[in-house]
Design a protein around this ligand. Structure first.
Ligand code: GLN
Length: 483
């Protein structure tokens, strides 16, 4: 049963072959039995889940069920949940219980989903391997010696291991797409402003965007239907109608133009990943797509620009954690300075501190023009590259990450090599565009992901094109041994 997709489970629920209570118990039992090997959950909300499942079954009995009613999901522990711990993977928020639900949590609850718990993540979503979490690393279900990617590594591992049918993630520079790729599942980062950021703990506000991780494109479309839409509580939310993302999944794709950015197929790209992506391109050719080489000339600057802009924004966002109102507070502070200093030194981990230091540096008088302002200008150039590209093509195809999953500990002492894991995903956030990762092959039993990048608010087309690929291939159907 746990190998089924949301679309399949939804049908079983509708046909009364199973109840939401039974489904919920089944997954809770799997989490209890198997998650000690993976560490993908920070909090399991058993009682809350069973209560929600009961309500879902009642709604169904009254004929009031939608496609997601009674479907178990998990929330990345970055989304505030009323009355339930929201840690953001940090000691700083280990004792934090939000007094309200994030909009995404509310939307998914109102759509009838059943939250099983909160998933592990890199501290404040800073990382590409889930190794910066205060709660310890998450293991990749395909091989426990390897990382699941990050920062939504808990969500990706839990879905890949069938501990839950789907989970939410957030993506500031790749944190939905990269772990989806490394765990062999599907994940979409929507257009900036498509999904509300209200109640989603801020890392870098101009880049952060929530989205779903699931087994298939179709499941992502079902979840995105519920998660999208205008929210007056988020000033960057965009008031644009939400199409039914499932309605166009089977639109014909013959004649669509797919661009291959030549800058994405050089340098650090591993041969195995390149081969898998070439095979995917062949698959699209068979489906009648027109493949064109394009250029995104400022690609090489994207990681550098990101590691100025994201830390700058994080240093400002994380200034609120001062030991006064909520979160970690040091013991016996001698005065206010000591309270601030020790609460922050003891509450944050080293990657978060590194980012805060970089961020305050690039924003300081004298350096602002040289770093922050310059990075903002580069960001505009990167966006302009995409504007030019989308005059020629409908979508852009690339690898999601330059390599398959790497070993735990392999990159922890070399932050630059860790940062380069996001070389193909970061520009998408800088430009505010939607991007999806789908499974596209394996090397040594480790999954490889293909990324498709769309134009602003092009989620429907992106999902359509990705779904057609899943129709023709079965990489997304593989299951890690033991799960
Ligand atoms: N890996 C990138 C970083 O560490 C992106 C993280 C994310 O998308 N949240 O900042």
């Amino acid at each position: 049963m746990h190998h089924k997709t949301i679309a399949e489970l939804s049908k079983e629920l509708a046909e009364k072959k199973i109840s939401s209570i039974e489904l919920t118990r089944h997954y809770l039992d799997r989490i209890q039995r198997l998650d000690n090997k993976l560490n993908s959950f920070i909090t399991v909300t058993e009682e809350y889940a069973l209560e929600a499942a009961k309500k879902a079954d009642e709604l169904r009995a009254q004929g009031k069920a939608g496609p997601l009613t009674g479907i178990p999901i998990a929330q990345k522990d970055i989304f505030c949940t009323d009355g339930i711990k929201t840690s953001c993977g940090s000691k700083m928020l280990d004792n934090f219980i939000a007094p309200y639900d994030a909009t995404v949590v509310k939307q998914l609850r109102e759509a009838g989903t059943v939250m099983l718990g909160k998933t592990n993540m890199d501290e404040f979503a800073m990382g590409s391997s889930n190794e910066t979490s205060y709660y310890g690393p998450v293991k990749n279900p395909w091989n426990p010696e390897y990382v699941p990617g990050g920062s939504s590594g808990g969500s990706a591992a839990a879905v890949a291991a069938n501990l839950v049918p789907a989970a939410t993630g957030t993506d500031t520079g790749g944190s939905i797409r990269q772990p989806a790729a490394l765990c062999g599942i599907t994940g979409i980062k929507p257009t900036y402003g498509r999904v509300s950021r209200y109640g989603m703990i801020a890392f870098a506000s101009s880049l952060d965007q929530g989205g779903p991780l699931a087994k298939t494109v179709e499941d992502c479309a079902l979840l995105l239907n519920a998660m999208s839409g205008f929210d007056e509580r988020d000033s960057t939310s965009i008031n644009q109608p939400v199409p039914d993302y499932t309605a166009t999944l089977n639109d014909p794709i013959r004649g669509i133009r797919i661009g291959l950015p030549k800058e994405y197929f050089t340098g650090g790209l591993s041969n195995e990943v390149a081969k898998a992506i070439e095979a995917a391109i062949e698959e699209y050719k068979k489906m009648g797509a027109i493949i064109e080489e394009i250029s995104l000339p400022n690609t090489a600057l994207s990681v550098a620009a990101y590691y100025v802009i994201a830390p700058a924004e994080c240093s400002s966002n994380l200034a609120r954690y001062d030991g006064v109102r909520y979160g970690y507070r040091c013991e016996n502070p001698v005065d206010l300075q000591d309270l601030y200093k020790r609460s922050r030194s003891e509450g944050f981990g080293s990657e978060v501190k590194r980012r805060i230091m970089v961020g305050t540096y690039v924003l300081s008088a004298g350096y602002y023009d040289a770093y922050y302002l310059k990075a903002q200008k580069v960001r505009r150039l990167i966006r302009d590259d995409f504007v030019e590209a989308f005059k020629k093509v409908d979508v852009i195809l690339s690898p999601t990450a330059p390599t398959p999953a790497f070993k735990l500990g392999e990159k922890t002492s070399d932050p630059i090599s860790m940062y380069l894991s996001d070389i193909y995903t970061i520009a998408v956030n800088l430009a505010g565009l939607p991007g999806i990762s789908v499974p596209a092959g394996f090397v040594n039993n480790l999954p490889i992901g293909m990324q498709l990048i769309g134009n602003l608010f092009g989620e429907a087309k992106l999902l359509n094109i990705a779904h057609q690929y899943q129709h023709a291939t079965d990489w997304h159907k593989r299951i890690p041994e033991g799960y």
